[in-house]
Design a protein around this ligand. Structure first.
Ligand code: R5P
Length: 296
């Protein structure tokens, strides 16, 4: 039987340890340093030849740095004879999965090529932005859903009365539908339009049945918070009682959380795919369950 190990990458030390603990696997010993100029350095002493290594390394901002660290570790370990699985709870560049404007670089495809060239044999992510992104990988990639854990958290910790679950755009609808179904709540679909040049978000919507209701916005990513802010303003204008925003990946860039709170979002909830103040839902069980199903 092939020995399996977990490398808890510098971006996901706690999550990596937790996944290893749940799988009953040892952690791959290593030294890691970051130099003042931002460059990273790894040193591995133990032999990994013939072993299977799960590198747990999320690629939240600084995305390029976290990606580079993952590729450095993968390249070395695969050269030493390990079978490398990249466990990337947040997959950077997943929103750049198509050419929205002529001439735009298909960045997720570039990431896929680079990972492959760095010796990655399979990838496991949490809630990829869009299933279309999977097709840019010429080797196995799996997207694990955080929805059951988000539902579990909402049930246990958010005091919601007969909530309405909102999908802020069509891209989010499948995930939101799954959330609503599992929670046992009604779902409403908003139609978001984002200006591809400026990034400005507009919510075009008529009457919504949200008066006096608790509203749960469910999305894959909260980045600048523009989507959640626009959705919140819309439902509050239509009489919603309170708004909570749940997501798989709470990037919350800059003052996103403050903007959302100012717009009236009562609670923000994310998972530990991206460590942070609002990342209260643990995806280590979901990841461990999936990794258990993989051969060697
Ligand atoms: C877009 O399609 C995604 O699903 C999210 O809605 C988006 O990435 C959120 O970004 P922001 O928080 O900057 O509006």
């Amino acid at each position: 039987m092939v020995e399996k190990l977990v490398l808890a990458g510098p971006a996901s030390v706690e999550l990596g340890k937790s996944v290893a603990g749940k799988l009953g696997l040892g952690l791959l010993e290593h030294e890691f340093r970051q130099f003042p100029d931002g460059e990273s350095k790894f040193r591995f002493e133990s032999s990994v030849a013939g072993k299977s290594v799960f590198i747990v390394q999320s690629t939240y901002p600084p995305a390029d740095q976290h990606l580079m660290q993952l590729m450095m570790a993968s390249h070395h370990l695969s050269q030493e004879g390990a079978k490398v699985t990249a466990v990337m709870p947040y997959l950077a560049y997943s929103r750049q999965d198509k050419e929205f404007l002529p001439g735009e670089v298909l960045s997720l495809g570039v990431v896929a090529h680079l990972l492959r060239a760095a010796g990655v044999r399979r990838v496991v992510v949490v809630d990829i932005h869009s299933m279309e992104g999977l097709s840019l990988f010429s080797f196995p990639i799996y997207s694990v859903s955080a929805v059951p854990d988000l539902v579990g958290y909402a049930r246990a910790h958010l005091k919601l009365t007969d909530p309405v679950v909102i999908s802020p755009d069509f891209g989010a609808s499948k995930r939101t539908e799954a959330f609503a179904k599992l929670y046992g709540a009604k779902m409403l679909q908003l139609s978001k339009a984002r200006d591809r040049e400026t990034g400005e978000v507009k919510m075009g919507q008529g009457y919504l049945e949200v008066k006096g209701k608790d509203v749960v916005i469910v999305d894959d990513i909260i980045s600048l918070g523009s989507t959640a802010t626009a959705a919140t303003e819309l439902v509050l204008r239509q009489g919603a009682a309170q708004v909570v925003a749940l997501c798989s990946h709470a990037l919350l860039v800059g003052d996103a959380a403050e903007r959302m709170k100012k717009a009236g979002v009562k609670t923000i909830v994310g998972t530990n795919s991206v460590p942070g103040e609002f990342s209260v839902v643990d995806v280590s069980d979901a990841l461990a369950s999936h990794l258990r199903t993989l051969e060697e």
